[in-house]
Design a protein around this ligand. Structure first.
Ligand SMILES: *Cc1c(COP(=O)(O)O)cnc(C)c1O
Length: 363
């Protein structure tokens, strides 16, 4: 018997989704993005399942350090880079590849005397998102500085990031591509690395030397109007909990904090051991649905920290101990639940807290 709540992570599905990336971008190396604890799935287990990746990307230095210390030997790119000389030294010693996106990081490189020079590093080009990176004008000087740095022995690649790749046919994607192409040409066509999941799936021109998907590896669609199944992806995480109490409420009884839900009739209400303290989004109060024995039933009242209440009036034979699926079934995908919560599936999976045990299957 599992201890609920549990996030079951299907390692075979992860591997399948990586194959799907390679099928879509057969001429590109794959940098698998496993930041934020592998989008909530467990970064080390994800890294092991995705060992056929050409490199991994994380957001922060400490995420890279953790993976190295756990024995991951792939190239690991740190997307936010380093923020001091000490961090640069630490990155270099552990053979982590920092992204250089800001002049301050060039200064650290200039000032440092690294015992192990960087074997690979990435220059971030700002091409339309205005979040991180050097402008097209500033990129030439930054690139030269990196190429000539005594602290870098390996190649310098160019990275950029799309702001609107999840909107197919958006002209802003073409604009960003043109900006990057122009910069690349000026710099003698270094290795390009542009495509997030949405671009891997819908913007073939962005498949360059590298692609850099995250979300799709976890079997989640980045598009509002196309399901993961339609994209040939397999869901990786199934989040389940169990009914720990069943109560017969009377007409007019109020359920949960604030009494936001009131029973319209005498009926059975189940209490399930998952709440916002586990990452079950509180926006699902009085809105969400869960699956019980294959049937969708409503969340009643507010989501508490550790529990939710659900409507069992349409189900007869349910007993305490019954498993409940919060998401990850074909009938209730994480994308659908995210929509109910007025957020995105990225946030749903990232929010699954450490209190929820991860159970790895099909390894
Ligand atoms: C998170 C991230 C990705 C992966 O994006 P997905 O939409 O999850 O595929 C790629 N590049 C950068 C810079 C990121 O921050």
């Amino acid at each position: 018997m599992p201890t609920y709540p549990v996030a079951t992570v299907d390692l075979a599905a992860l591997k399948h989704n990586l194959k799907r990336v390679k099928q879509l971008a057969p001429n590109s190396k794959v940098m698998s993005v496993i930041k934020a604890n592998g989008y909530g799935h467990g970064s080390l287990q994800v890294a092991q399942a995705l060992a056929d990746s050409d490199a991994f990307a994380v957001a922060r230095l400490n995420e890279g350090i953790q993976l190295r210390q756990a024995g991951v030997e792939h190239d690991i790119v740190v997307l936010e880079g380093i923020h001091s000389i000490e961090q640069l030294q630490q990155a270099a010693e552990l053979k982590l590849s920092p992204v250089i996106h800001h002049p301050s990081q060039l200064d650290y490189l200039k000032a440092a005397e690294l015992t192990t020079p960087l074997a690979f590093c990435w220059l971030m080009i700002e091409s339309g998102m205005h979040r991180l990176g050097f402008s097209a004008q500033a990129s030439q000087q930054a690139f030269e500085q990196l190429s000539q740095s005594h602290n870098i022995t390996g190649p310098v690649g160019l990275m950029s990031h799309f702001a609107n790749a999840d909107t197919k046919g958006d002209s802003r994607n073409q604009k960003q591509l043109e900006t990057v192409y122009n910069v690349a040409q000026q710099l003698g066509n270094p290795q390009l690395n542009l495509a997030n999941s949405a671009a891997v799936l819908s913007l073939q021109q962005s498949h360059q030397h590298w692609v850099r998907p995250g979300l799709m590896l976890y079997g989640i669609s980045p598009f509002d109007d196309v399901s993961a199944t339609e994209l040939g992806l397999q869901a990786v995480m199934t989040l389940t909990a169990q009914i720990i109490s069943i109560e017969q409420v009377k007409q007019g009884d109020q359920v949960g904090y604030g009494g936001d839900w009131q029973a319209p009739k005498s009926m059975r209400v189940g209490t399930v051991n998952i709440g916002y303290g586990d990452g079950y989004n509180r926006q699902l109060s009085n809105l969400g649905q869960v699956l019980v024995q294959g049937q969708k039933v409503d969340v009643l009242g507010r989501v508490s920290m550790d529990m939710i209440c659900i409507d069992l009036s349409s189900l007869n034979e349910i007993e305490v101990g019954q498993e409940v699926i919060l998401w990850g079934d074909k009938e209730l995908t994480v994308e659908q639940v995210a929509k109910q919560a007025k957020t995105i599936a990225y946030e749903m999976v990232c929010q699954v807290s450490p209190r929820v045990k991860r159970n790895y299957i099909n390894g």
